[in-house]
Design a protein around this ligand. Structure first.
Ligand code: NAP
Length: 287
C-alpha cells in the first residue's frame, strides 16, 4: 500500500503491537478522528498486520464520506525481542517518512498466569516479560528518537498498568493487594495479587518514561506519558476468564482514551501515569 499524495500533512503515528487488543482499538479510534493520520501499524507478523488493516478498513468503511478523516494505515513488522527487527522497523518507517509525530509503545506481554502451565520457568517468565515490556520498548524508543526530533510536536506514550504503582501496594482495599493466609508454602495464587513479573516490568517502564522526561526536559517540544488504559478484555496474559474476574471492559474505551492523549486532552499531565476518566485510581495513577 502506498502513501497518498497529501501524506506530508498527516500526523505520523507508530503503534507497536497494534494488530489486536488496545493497539488495534487505538488505530480504529484514530481512523474515526477528523484529524488525518498516517498510522504505522506494528505487528510481529506481516500477515497479522495486513489482516488487521483489512478489518480496520471494513469497520470504518471509507466509502462513506461521514465515516472519518483521510487517514491511512501502513503495516510494519516489529518484534521487541529482536534488535534486528527493531532496526528493520525503523528503516521501513524512515523510508516512508522523515518525521514521526507520535510513538505509542503499546506492545506488551504477561506470562505470570499461563507461563507455568506452558512449561516456562520463573526465570523465563521474568526475563521474557522484561525483555518485551522494558528492554525492547526502551531500545525501540531510542531507535526512533531521531525521527521524533524531526516533528514539531513529538509525543511518546508508554502503556503501563494500574498494577504498576508502589503507593497502591500500601492500599489494603486494592484488589491486587490481597494477602494469602499465614504459613508457608502459600496457597497457589490464581493471578489475584500475583502477576509479579508483569507489574514489576510496568513499574520499571514507568521509570523509563521518567528518564525520557529527564533526558528531553530541555527539548521542551516533547510530551511524554505513561498510559494506564484500564482493565480491558484482550489477549493479554492469554487468560480472558481471569480478566473477566477483574471486571475487564471493552478495549474500545482504551483506544479512545489513547486518541484523546494523542490529540492533546492530557497535555497538562505530561510526565504522569494517566488513566481514563472514571477509573478507580482517578485521572492520575499514583507512583
Ligand atoms: N488489557 C488490559 O487490561 C491492560 C491493562 C493495562 C495495561 N495493558 C497494556 O496494554 C498494552 C496492550 O495490551 P493488550 O491488552 O492489547 O494485549 P494483547 O491483546 O495481548 O496485545 C498485545 C500486543 O503486543 C504484541 N506483542 C507481544 N509480544 C511482542 C513482542 N515481542 N514484540 C512486539 N509485539 C509484541 C502482541 O502481538 P501478537 O498478536 O503477535 O501476540 C499484540 O499485538 C500492553 O502493553 C499491556 O501491558 C493492558
Amino acid at each position: 500500500m502506498s502513501l497518498s499524495p497529501n501524506t506530508e500533512l498527516k500526523t505520523k503515528v507508530l503503534i507497536t503491537g497494534a494488530n489486536t487488543g488496545i493497539g488495534y482499538e487505538t488505530c480504529l479510534a484514530l481512523l474515526r478522528s477528523q484529524i488525518p493520520y498516517t498510522i504505522f501499524l506494528g505487528s510481529r507478523s506481516k500477515t497479522n498486520a495486513e489482516n488487521a488493516i483489512k478489518k480496520l478498513y471494513e469497520q470504518i468503511d471509507f466509502d462513506q464520506p461521514s465515516s472519518g478523516s483521510d487517514s491511512e494505515v501502513i503495516p510494519v513488522v516489529v518484534d521487541l525481542e529482536s534488535d534486528e527487527s527493531i532496526s528493520a522497523c525503523y528503516e521501513e518507517v524512515k523510508s516512508r517518512t522523515d518525521k514521526l509525530d507520535v510513538l505509542v509503545n503499546n506492545a506488551g506481554a504477561a506470562f505470570d498466569g499461563t507461563g507455568p502451565k506452558n512449561g516456562m520457568s520463573q526465570r523465563e517468565i521474568f526475563n521474557r516479560t522484561f525483555d518485551i515490556n522494558v528492554t525492547g520498548t526502551h531500545i525501540l524508543t531510542q531507535r526512533f528518537i531521531p525521527l521524533l526530533f524531526n516533528s514539531a510536536n513529538p509525543r511518546i506514550l508508554f502503556l503501563t498498568s494500574g498494577s504498576a504503582s508502589l503507593s497502591r501496594t500500601e492500599d489494603p482495599h486494592f484488589s491486587l493487594n490481597k494477602s494469602p493466609g499465614p504459613g508457608w508454602p502459600k496457597e497457589e495464587e490464581e493471578g489475584e495479587g500475583g502477576y509479579l513479573s508483569y507489574k514489576s516490568s510496568k513499574l520499571a517502564l514507568n521509570m523509563i518514561m521518567r528518564d525520557w522526561i529527564r533526558l528531553l526536559r530541555n527539548d521542551d517540544k516533547f510530551k511524554i506519558w505513561s498510559i494506564n488504559p484500564g482493565t480491558v478484555l484482550t489477549g493479554l496474559g492469554g487468560d480472558k476468564e481471569q480478566l473477566k474476574k477483574w471486571n475487564a471492559k471493552s478495549p474500545e474505551t482504551s483506544g479512545i482514551f489513547i486518541r484523546d492523549v494523542i490529540e492533546g486532552k492530557r497535555d497538562d499531565q505530561v510526565g504522569k501515569s494517566v488513566s481514563p476518566p472514571g477509573g478507580p485510581s482517578g485521572n492520575i495513577l499514583p507512583w
